[in-house]
Design a protein around this ligand. Structure first.
Ligand code: CA
Length: 222
């Protein structure tokens, strides 16, 4: 799941990036407001982490522009300590949540997970379909009760398909959402990855729709 990270301070940006990667997200870092506005308006992200103090265009203006253009992804604002007016302005501008700097990475991750969940159908850190259970907090996967060891990349793939369960996801969309920015996957990388996962899962969880992509079907409502 891709997360747009907008932060101009290199050290903070880097630690957010690392924390998000460890939590199974695919972060994309941009360092100024203009680029953020453009990226957020033209690419699909599951959420954005947006600093307020940015070069070129400040974070609040970026957010207002996004909301005016109907860019509806959940946004967490990073605000300066003690600036309650910034937070009020932020909520008015359409922020879903905010964190006061300096903050703990664990808190950012927890809030981000909650936001991404709220924008999907999830109410708990666990997602479930077709006997597959994925715990986004403990980063654990099980099928029909049996724990399965997966790599971080495999986890990101299952996470994305489960989050979009009931919808066919193309190979291109999968690749954009599970590989990091600096990774350039081979053309058959997704096929190979899915093949390997199917052998591990030992169950028919991931379906192929030839020519369209992959699907984890939603369970029928009981
Ligand atoms: Ca800043």
């Amino acid at each position: 799941m891709r997360i747009l990270v907008v932060e101009d301070e290199a050290l903070i940006a880097e630690s957010i990036k690392v924390a998000l990667q460890e939590a199974g997200f695919v972060p994309e870092v941009v360092t100024d407001g203009d680029t953020a506005w453009f990226q957020g308006g033209t690419e699909d992200y599951a959420a954005a982490v947006l600093d307020i103090g940015l070069p070129q265009l400040d974070g609040l203006s970026v957010l207002r522009n996004w909301r005016q253009e109907k860019v509806n992804m959940p946004v967490i604002l990073l605000t300066a300590k003690g600036s309650w007016s910034e937070r009020v302005d932020g909520i008015d501008a359409g922020a879903d949540d905010y964190l006061v700097k300096p903050f703990h990475m664990e808190e950012l991750i927890a809030r981000l997970r909650a936001l991404v969940r709220r924008s999907g159908a999830e109410r708990t850190p666990q997602m479930e379909a077709q006997g597959l259970i994925l715990d986004t907090r403990q980063m654990k996967v099980s099928v029909n009760g049996a724990q399965i060891k997966v790599t971080p990349l495999e986890f990101r793939l299952l996470n994305y398909l489960l989050h979009n369960r009931g919808r066919v996801v193309s190979q291109e969309e999968l690749a954009t959402n599970i590989y990091y920015q600096d990774q350039e996957p081979d053309s058959n990388a997704i096929e190979v990855l899915v093949g390997r996962l199917r052998r591990k899962l030992k169950a028919k969880v991931i379906e192929t729709r030839r020519g369209f992509g992959y699907l984890i079907d939603a369970d029928d409502p009981a």
